[in-house]
Design a protein around this ligand. Sequence first.
Ligand code: ADP
Length: 380
Amino acid sequence: MNQKINQKIGILGGGQLGKMLCQAGSRLGLNLHVMEKDESFPAWDVCANFVKGDITAYDDVLEFGKNMDIITIEIENVNVEALEALEKMGKKVYPSPSALNIIRDKGKQKIFYEGMGFPTSEFTVYKSKEAIRNDIDAGVLAFPFVQKLRTEGYDGRGVQVVRASSDPLFESESIVESLVDINKEIAVIVARNPSGQCVTYPVVEMNFHPEANLVEYLFSPSSLSAQDQRIAAELAVSVADELGVVGLLAVELFVDNQGRILVNEVAPRPHNSGHHTIEACYVSQFEMHLRALLDLPLVGTEQVLPAVMINLLGEPDYSGPVIYTNIETCLEIPGVSIHLYGKKTTKPFRKMGHVTVVDTSLDKAITTALKVKELLKVTA
Ligand code: ADP
């Protein structure tokens, strides 16, 4: 019997990322366990082993982790103190609590990049909005700039561009970054195993929804030159190495109008920018994450077909029990794969699912994806 593959993996969180981890793990017959607060969560129908608990509560995470060989996450907002205790007990905690502590805090993340000499936008850490106002008044800080909450933000919430003194500021501890003259937003997903093997998926390029600040669609291969793709991949691998991450590290980067490639932020888990890998690559990001945790060979990041991914977001004006429009029409289109996360209710811009379109050419895939985007609506 292969010992590696039989290890008990505990996943903190059963959202859509947990769901797709379970789907990938099931194919390899892996021993996966999911902890979530109650029974209504996306991974519910696919997780073989469910443990009820609060992933932000010390006792719950400790109790859950004690029974596992490996503990991983699908969301950063977990109880890190419990993960530290589990690591001390000899459990394999991936990503490590020390990496997670840096990544969860945008201030620590930026200080880490600066300390390591990784290219990133200029920034200052602030304790309060008064401190920011003081610097504006003293002429130390000029408009425009980007303010980001250090800890509470996600999916573009907790990030704002500040252009004038009349613009409101976030209250809590934050970082202020110079506004990057962005040409392209890209991401590189890295997988790293405990043996130190490290691989990357091809660069993906993103378009953002102007209002929601969520990825509107992404495509791969990206339009970057081969050389820039190599630079981005090498940078992403260096960040993963320095953080010592085991599992996936999704590295979001900006290419600015001067051609500089800057690290924006990272996530130590499967990522929205890797959903297309399920259909488009030999091995999906979800299986690759599990392979990395188990110290199995990291092979198969090659992309087989051009791909476009769109998030299915709740329409702005609807809240309540979800209704999907035109599912059947979209299912008739070859190359279209619809993923619905099984969330019972929709809210404005809530991530309810995603659609991947693969085709023999990227142009064809984009045309189809835009058609699907027009057709497939999430309302209540
Ligand atoms: P989140 O963790 O909420 O996704 P990000 O740091 O990725 O936050 O920021 C969300 C979006 O805001 C980015 O994708 C980008 O479009 C924009 N943004 C973030 N930082 C900057 C910056 N320094 N300059 C210009 N735009 C930025």
